[in-house]
Structure formats: structure tokens, C-alpha cells
Ligand binder design. Structure first.
Ligand SMILES: C[S@@+](CC[C@H](N)C(=O)[O-])C[C@H]1O[C@@H](n2cnc3c(N)ncnc32)[C@H](O)[C@@H]1O
Length: 251
């Protein structure tokens, strides 16, 4: 799916989301670089990882998401001499000259690979671009959904300086056979005059089960080293929100 239309909302919603940063920063330090982040979005993690002293390449499919990351990086990279490169590309097909010690696919980016062919192609590209014994790290949501067909407030209201407020409403539909979650966003911006404008956006995510991912990784030439249920390193349990994988390239 194309994140171009969702870029502004993404920035607003996840501007301060940092739950995963300490995990990726610590793992990058332990496993070593250079790092390649696939689906790097607006650079939410890419920039702090670069700022922590890592050499990192961020690859992103959406030109608008990438542009946001580049704008942020331009100031920082010049000011702080960061070792950072941001490129437009598709994780299913990209081909770079160089190899990486660690590949990251954070924050559900894999959930945009909808077919077995897409998933195999992306993992094949990761395998190709990793150094021998290099590591792949990624996280996806544990599939657990709220009430279907019920319009829910996202829980956060964004207040702008000029007096407007933005409320985000979501409506979700699950297709268990296709393992797809379809989320409709209704983004309501209310001006101080009371005038409301509504933007309608769609998010499509393929969800995964734990052992499906383990098989996918095995079939793509990886050994699964760890599966965590939280960024604090807790084991994966029924109550976990995330599935976090560390897999090592074989061969
Ligand atoms: C949920 S966002 C995560 C962004 C970023 N990793 C973060 O942690 O904030 C998923 C990102 O994956 C990107 N994406 C989806 N399919 C992709 C593909 N085939 N190749 C590269 N990026 C892709 C989307 O455009 C989006 O920016």
C-alpha cells in the first residue's frame, strides 16, 4: 500500500512513539553495523540510530515518507556529521552494491507484504544483502483485534497552535482467511469556528502468526535465534503485544 496519503497522519500519531528505540539501539550496538533499515518511513528510528553513532542506510517505498525523513536528516546530518543515507526503494526488489551486518525491519513494515511471493522476495533480498552470519531484526503486532465494524476513537486528540483540534476515528475489518486487517481512518479536524473537515484513509495489513514467521525465515535461509514478546526482552506470551524476531543468515 502507498503511505503517501498517510504521511501527515503518521507523523502526528507517532511523533513521540519511542517504545522500540532502546531495543534497536542496544541490538545495533551488540550486533554491529553497517545497518540497513527497510521501510524506514519518516526516519523515526533511522535518525536516532544514526545519531547514536551507527552507519545506517534507510530504504523506503513511499516518496512522501522518504521526503519527510530527508528533510529531518538534512539539518541533522550537516549539523552532526551523521553517517546516514536515505534511498527510495522496494524491499522486494532492491539491489545495492554493498552488504550489511544487520538488517532492521521495524514497526510492522513487514505487514505490508501481502502475498507469499512478496514475503519470500523481501526475505531473499535481505539474505542477499547480509554479510555472512549477519542478523535480521524485525517486529510485528501479535494479531489481536478490537470490535469489528465499530467506530472507535484512537484515544488521542491533537491540538494545533492555531486553535484547531484533530480527532482520529478508526473502523476495522478482519479477513481471517486472507489474514488481513483493513483499517479505515476518519481524521476529523475541527476549526475554532466549529467547522469540521474529514479525511478518509485506508490501511491494509497482512498479519502473521508466530510459527508462520518461523517457517518463512527457515525457508529463506535464516536460523531463528530469538523471539521476544516485548522490547524489554520478555518472552512471547499470550498477553504480548509484539512479536520481535532475531534471525541469523545461514550460508
Ligand atoms: C508502519 S510504517 C514504519 C515506518 C518506520 N519503520 C518506523 O518505524 O516508523 C511502514 C513503512 O514501510 C514502508 N513500506 C511498505 N512496503 C514497503 C516495501 N515494499 N518496500 C519498502 N518500504 C515499504 C511504508 O511505506 C511505511 O513507511
Amino acid at each position: 500500500m502507498n503511505y503517501d496519503s498517510i504521511t501527515e497522519l503518521y507523523e502526528q500519531q507517532y511523533l513521540s512513539y519511542r517504545e522500540d528505540l532502546h531495543f534497536y539501539r542496544r541490538m545495533a550496538q551488540t550486533l554491529g553495523g553497517p545497518l540497513l533499515e527497510l521501510g524506514c518511513g519518516t526516519g523515526r528510528l533511522t535518525l536516532p540510530l544514526a545519531r547514536a553513532g551507527n552507519e545506517i542506510v534507510g530504504l523506503e517505498l513511499s516518496p512522501k515518507m522518504l521526503q519527510k525523513a530527508q528533510e529531518k536528516a538534512r539539518e541533522k546530518a550537516v549539523a552532526e556529521g551523521l553517517n546516514l543515507e536515505l534511498i527510495l526503494g522496494d524491499m522486494r526488489t532492491f539491489a545495492l552494491e554493498r552488504r550489511f551486518k544487520t538488517v532492521l525491519i521495524p514497526f510492522n513494515a513487514l505487514m505490508h507484504l501481502y502475498t507469499l511471493g512478496d514475503q519470500a522476495a523481501a526475505l531473499g533480498r535481505v539474505h542477499h544483502h547480509l554479510e555472512p552470519n549477519g542478523n535480521l531484526l524485525f517486529d510485528v503486532y501479535v494479531p489481536r483485534f478490537g470490535l469489528e465494524g465499530v467506530l472507535r476513537h484512537e484515544g488521542e486528540t491533537f491540538f494545533a497552535e492555531h486553535g484547531s483540534r484533530t480527532d482520529v476515528w478508526v473502523l476495522q475489518r478482519i479477513d481471517p482467511i486472507k489474514q488481513m486487517a483493513y483499517t479505515e481512518y476518519f481524521v476529523d479536524t475541527t476549526q475554532s469556528s466549529g467547522m469540521i473537515t474529514r479525511q478518509h484513509l485506508m490501511l491494509e495489513q497482512r498479519y502473521f502468526t508466530r510459527f508462520e514467521l518461523e517457517w518463512m525465515l527457515r525457508a529463506s535461509g535464516f536460523e531463528v535465534l530469538k523471539v521476544w514478546g516485548s522490547f524489554e526482552g520478555e518472552p512471547l506470551e499470550n498477553s504480548s503485544h509484539y512479536m520481535i524476531f532475531q534471525a541469523r543468515k545461514l550460508g
